[in-house]
Design a protein around this ligand. Structure first.
Ligand code: EPZ
Length: 430
């Protein structure tokens, strides 16, 4: 297993091209199952998770064709056409779903198009049990008959799905996406209440409309869908990855440097820019995106609570905590979305951070500095928080198990090295 070695050093300076969003690309790939036409997606990030879901789509009978003349700049991802002319297999097997939980997003489209789907339960992961009960209850509201047997979801709707009203007891990004896709081909009107409003959900809805779906209330917490008989071909560019942009913004802030994030959108990072402004970091729009640098010499601790969009994103919590470890004063970090998303804490503590966890809240007290150490990644965002800490720690930090990183960050070490970071990947073989 590869690891990443980073030596604490000076300020990061330069610019980074932000890739298409992983968490938009995954539901967009699943959406190709809704039509026998071709769905061409551009600005796809080159990530392990995208490869895994593509493998699953091929298993369903989808033709996956990278653009032959895909001379798109490496930094802005690839263009690929997905054509589900005929779905030959409606089973999503355990060995693929367990590698990438978001594979459960094929459930709604398979059910809507083929009226049957057998999808492995995704199981939990490091950050929590990650149930899919809201996906299943929502699909039952659209007339699906669902049974769980031997670790698989057996879903069917012999006469096709019918429109219905779904009210989520709490916000779920994935459940909203599964229901949104299923409702597009259900007979009649569906209303999804307490829907997720994340930019990635909006991006999916925009693409579905391009495919011929009839959706109102996009971006609100109440989405209305008029079912149609079929969806058609479309082309769609994946929205910029706000989590990647937020991650690099904090890498700039922690090192006291200045980085321009090309292709990023400040309107998708409101909660982060507000918290960072209080801490002493400024964002400035540029013709290509926005730049980030400190507005004062020393950062100060700021409290945050993770919430569904437009609140502070849980996917930026670990990175923010790394930033707060050397800020002046204290920062209270409350994780409200997942039950076990503080696994970066003991690893940051090994680097000298002063953090106390009480249930879903971590109290971070700023220290003078961090010291490099061998640390272990446990999930995608925890991994990158350790890299951020390593950028300012004295000495060398080795982050092990970087396959987590490769799931969500395209060429992370190259992008940071191009801004002056002393960072390199150490392949397990050498
Ligand atoms: C999506 O996961 C993202 N993944 C996650 O990003 C992100 O952290 C999360 O949304 C929250 O923003 C993708 O988009 C592929 P949820 P998802 O359903 O859809 C509970 C990353 O690092 N829940 O909004 O699985 C759930 O356990 C990943 O890129 C149920 O109880 O998240 C959690 O506590 C990590 N029942 C809360 O809801 C359900 O049926 C929010 O989960 C579904 C979810």
């Amino acid at each position: 297993m590869d690891s990443i070695r980073v030596r604490g050093g000076g300020p990061l300076m330069g610019s980074i091209e932000i890739s298409g969003a992983k968490n938009a690309a995954l539901p967009l790939l699943a959406a190709c199952l809704l039509t026998d036409g071709s769905l061409t997606l551009s600005r796809l990030p080159r990530l392990a998770d995208i490869q895994t879901l593509s493998k699953l789509l091929i298993q369903h009978g989808v033709e996956v064709k990278p653009a032959a003349s895909d001379d798109g700049d490496e930094a802005v991802g690839g263009t690929v056409t997905y054509t589900a002319a005929k779905i030959t297999d409606t089973t999503a097997p355990y060995e693929l779903v367990r590698q990438m939980r978001a594979s459960v997003l094929v459930l709604g489209p398979l059910l809507a198009r083929e009226h049957v789907a057998t999808v492995s339960l995704p199981g939990g992961c490091a950050i929590g049990t990650r149930p899919v009960d809201l996906h299943l209850k929502g699909l039952q509201q659209l007339g699906a008959q669902i049974e769980i047997e031997a670790g698989y979801i057996h879903a069917k709707a012999p006469k096709g799905l019918k429109g219905g009203r779904v009210t989520f007891p709490h916000v779920s990004v994935g459940a909203t996406e599964n229901l949104l896709m299923a409702a597009c081909l259900a007979k009649g009107e569906s209303v999804i209440e307490n829907a997720a409003r994340e930019p990635e959900v909006i991006d999916l809805a925009d693409c579905l409309v391009r495919m011929g779906a009839r959706i109102e209330g996009i971006g609100s917490n109440a989405i209305t869908v008029q079912g149609v008989d079929r969806l058609g071909p479309a082309e769609h560019e994946v929205v910029a990855d706000r989590i990647e942009a937020g991650t690099f913004a904090m890498a700039a802030a922690v090192t006291g440097g200045e980085i321009e994030l090309i292709g990023a959108r400040t309107d998708h990072l409101g909660a982060l820019t507000e918290a960072l402004a209080f801490s002493g970091v400024q964002f400035k729009r540029t013709p290509r995106g926005f730049s980030v640098k400190r507005s004062q010499t020393e950062l100060v601790g700021v409290d945050i609570k993770t919430e569904p969009y437009p609140g502070f994103p849980t996917d930026l919590q670990a990175q923010f905590m790394a930033l707060m470890t050397t800020a002046k004063g204290a920062s209270m970090v409350t994780e409200n979305i997942f039950e076990n998303r503080f696994m970066h804490v003991p690893e940051l503590a090994r680097m000298g951070a002063d953090i106390n966890v009480h249930g879903g809240t971590a109290m971070v007290r700023g220290v003078e500095g961090l010291n490099g150490a061998e640390v272990m990644a446990t999930d995608l965002r925890a991994s990158v928080s350790l890299v951020i800490a390593g950028l300012i720690a004295s000495g060398e930090t080795t982050v092990n198990r970087v396959y987590h990183l490769d799931r969500g960050y395209e060429r992370l070490e190259e992008k940071l090295a191009a801004c002056g970071a002393d960072i390199k990947r150490i392949s397990a073989k050498n």
